[in-house]
Design a protein around this ligand. Structure first.
Ligand code: DX5
Ligand code: ZN
Length: 215
């Protein structure tokens, strides 16, 4: 069993309200909101006004994934735009401890994301301070990419840290998630599966969310 965070990046942007309402009526635990700045990642997605508009219709907490440089500049703005979880990239934060404290002070749950090449060990001194660790299982920037198999090993290593030291962060995986890899991801320790294209291109997205959740 896992919580599902459908990624709104794969929604129809001309029908955002309809797609948010679909997620509302599903068993999803969160709405995953991908923010891309064209600098940290090559792509630009959308920004604060769209996040606010999603929040206006959302009945699930917003899980905001900041793929942006210098995210500290925008933490408060995204919190005000409705973020419940605020995830920053390790690779974008030279003062990660302070960034995490700031997110907590704003009343949101702090998350840290790791790119595929970044080992989980870099977070060893901060694992007790975060609510969530997000393993990128594709290179961030685009939906619809192929799942990177090495992600299983990173998830298992994080789960081992959690058990050894009694940390209670959640493990989230993002990129190329589908019904083939979901069962193993859950076995290795994932709590939250992000799924974009697999949900939104399926004939019955609500049913697909339920099936992923039962993995
Ligand atoms: C990629 C984003 C993902 C993306 C996942 O940079 O962080 O959240 O929407 O899309 P799929 O599930 O299609 O790989
Ligand atoms: Zn994401």
């Amino acid at each position: 069993m896992a919580e599902i965070a459908p990624s709104i990046l794969a929604a129809d942007f001309a029908n955002l309200q309809r797609d948010v309402e679909m997620i509302n009526s599903s068993s999803a635990g969160y709405i995953h909101v991908d923010i891309m700045d064209g600098m940290f990642v090559p792509n630009i997605s959308f920004g604060l006004p769209v996040c606010e508009a999603i929040h206006k219709h959302a009945q699930k907490p917003l899980d905001v994934h900041l793929m942006i440089e210098q995210p500290d500049r925008y933490l408060e703005a995204f919190r005000n735009a409705g973020a419940s979880v605020l995830t920053v990239h390790y690779e974008a934060c030279p003062h990660l401890h302070s960034t995490i404290q700031h997110i907590r002070e704003l009343g949101a749950e702090p998350g840290v994301a790791l790119n595929p090449h970044t080992p989980v060990e870099v977070l060893s001194e901060i694992m007790g301070d975060v609510s969530l660790i997000l393993i990128m299982s594709v290179n961030p920037g685009f939906g619809g990419q192929k799942f990177i198999e090495n992600s299983y090993r990173k998830i298992a290593a994080l789960d081992a840290y959690r058990k050894k030291f009694g940390y209670n962060f959640k493990i989230e995986v993002d990129g190329g998630v589908n019904l083939n890899n979901a069962p193993r991801l859950v076995r290795e320790g994932v709590d939250i599966l992000v799924a974009g294209s697999f949900v939104f291109t399926s004939p019955d997205p609500i049913q697909t969310i339920t099936e992923l959740g039962n993995s």
